[in-house]
Design a binder for this molecule. Structure first.
Ligand code: UGA
Length: 468
């Protein structure tokens, strides 16, 4: 990873490989970075003259504007990029398996394996191969076996694990100033040398004491562990939110009081309609699967509960909407504000909004959805997948997509806030109220609204984790 060399990245439809490598290019002008993807349309988007990038991520466009064409390149020529590179990041998707052994739990390593085989087949010189995708423990070992069994004379492959900890919506800030960079390697001399090479890339902008070097398997497990523990915090606070609603306590106050303990800390304790995103559920299920295959059923069961609590939170929320609307929403009109799994992203993977809308459709309600960043086509696709018993035509009879929050709320009986977009804080609630069917309900799944103010206008308000 020294001057003039290239870092290609296998980049399947994921939201992290692109931003990560773009930031490496920005921070290391002496290193040529090539992001490769088999998907021509995606590469064209990365290269588009008006910077219509394939993913929405605040600050990303600015990074690409500065580095593209200088030392950051986007290409579909995977083989050429492999041949020219010293260091290769494999950051392909590792979705949960849909069929076969481990279906519903284990990671589908098909993309990792094909990327690895391609590197072995094409490489004509030694490479450091960096596993960036989140993978089950010991995947690096499989990659190493494939590479070693297929390499040409004179080619050496060193494998590193370098999991990514950025969160969507704050990716660029997280990459500029990471809490830590984690690099796992074999504890051999060659492994340590490869590790030092990658650490040298990050050292261009990350303080040395934040670059942690560990064993290969610790690194792989740490990634799953970090996500599992973050998700567990949310499930814990969400479990408490149910107690708050039943007792009249206020989850904000509880989270604040608990988080004040410096051992717990205040972050990531925000009650919600449930966590979403492509990582938490998938990584926990991976951990569950791993625990089961290691014959640790109690450990598996412990982590499985984090996902189950999340499912419970989502269904509890849908049920509270139905209960509050006089036990039926059949034929009623409901606005759902937000469809992304969190604010500042257009990503809808595992978004709790999908589950909520599915539940409303099952009750035969009419739903109008508004999200500032999610494509219409994505919403139709997500709902089709979530409601396999309904045709798209049937779904479209019940669902409308609006182009503003105000439009979405017109003449509705209830408004559901599913994503904490900043613009929903600035809604003119009086105007919304005037245009709604009465009694007008607001269900806040994101602790976003000023409930007292809304009540003064006349709304009936229900907020996650508040007993009133
Ligand atoms: C998560 C981790 O935070 C990253 O560190 C990790 O790198 C990433 O997964 C990954 O493995 O790729 P991400 O899923 O992008 O990042 O977003 P988060 O900010 O973690 O939010 C996940 C979900 O939890 C969202 O639906 C969010 O609304 C919800 N959440 C988060 C809460 O309900 N309450 C909170 O206090 C925080």
């Amino acid at each position: 990873a020294s001057g003039g060399h290239e870092l290609p990245s296998f980049h399947h439809p994921n939201t992290k490989g692109g931003p990560t490598c773009a930031v490496i290019a920005l921070k290391c002008p002496h290193i040529a970075v090539t992001i490769v993807d088999l998907n021509q349309a995606r590469i064209d988007a990365w290269n588009s003259p008006d910077f219509a990038l394939p993913i929405y991520e605040p600050g990303l466009e600015e990074v690409v504007r500065q580095a593209r064409g200088r030392n950051l390149f986007f290409s579909t020529d995977v083989d050429k990029a492999i041949q020219e590179a010293d260091l290769i990041f494999v950051s392909v998707n590792t979705p949960t398996k849909k069929s076969g052994v481990g279906a519903g739990f284990g990671a589908d390593l098909h993309y990792v394996e094909s990327a690895t085989r391609r590197i072995a087949a094409v490489a004509t010189s030694s490479k450091i191969v960096v596993e960036k995708s989140t993978v089950p423990c010991r995947t690096a070992e499989s990659m190493r076996t494939i590479l070693e069994a297929n390499c040409k004379p004179g080619c050496r492959f060193d494998i590193l694990s370098n999991p990514e900890f950025l969160a969507e919506g704050t990716a660029i800030g997280d990459l500029f100033k990471p809490d830590r960079v984690l690099i796992g390697s074999l504890q051999t001399q060659e492994g340590k040398d490869a590790c030092a090479g990658l650490a040298g890339v990050y050292a261009n902008w990350v303080p040395k004491d934040r670059i942690l070097t560990v064993g290969l398997w610790s690194s792989e497990l740490s990634k799953l562990a970090a996500n599992a523990m973050l998700a567990q915090r949310i499930s814990s606070i969400n479990a408490l939110s149910a107690i708050c609603e039943a007792t009249g306590a206020n989850i904000d106050e509880v989270a604040h009081a608990v988080g004040f303990d410096s051992r717990v800390g205040p972050k990531f304790l925000r009650a919600s309609v449930g966590f979403g995103g492509s990582c938490f559920q998938k990584d926990i299920l991976n951990l569950v699967y791993l625990s089961e295959s290691l014959h640790l059923p109690q450990v598996a069961e412990y982590w499985r509960q984090v996902v189950e609590m999340n499912e419970y939170q989502k269904s509890r929320f849908s049920k509270s909407v139905v209960d509050t609307l006089f036990n039926t929403i059949t034929g009623k009109h409901i606005a759902v504000l937000g469809f992304a799994f969190k604010a500042d992203t257009g990503d809808t993977r595992e978004s709790p909004a999908i589950t909520i809308v599915r539940d409303f459709l099952a009750e035969r309600a009419y739903v109008t959805i508004y999200d500032p960043k999610v494509d219409e086509a994505q919403i139709w696709q997500d709902l089709s997948e979530a409601c396999p018993s309904l045709s798209l035509e049937q779904i479209k009879k019940q669902v409308t997509i609006a182009h503003s929050a105000l439009d979405a709320c017109k003449q509705k009986e209830a408004i559901v806030i599913a994503t904490e977009w900043k613009e929903f804080r600035e809604i003119d609630w009086q105007t919304v109220y005037d245009d709604m069917t009465k009694p007008a309900f607001v269900f806040d799944g994101r602790l976003l609204v000023d409930a007292d103010k809304l009540r003064q206008i006349g709304f009936k308000v229900k907020v996650i984790g508040r007993g009133e």
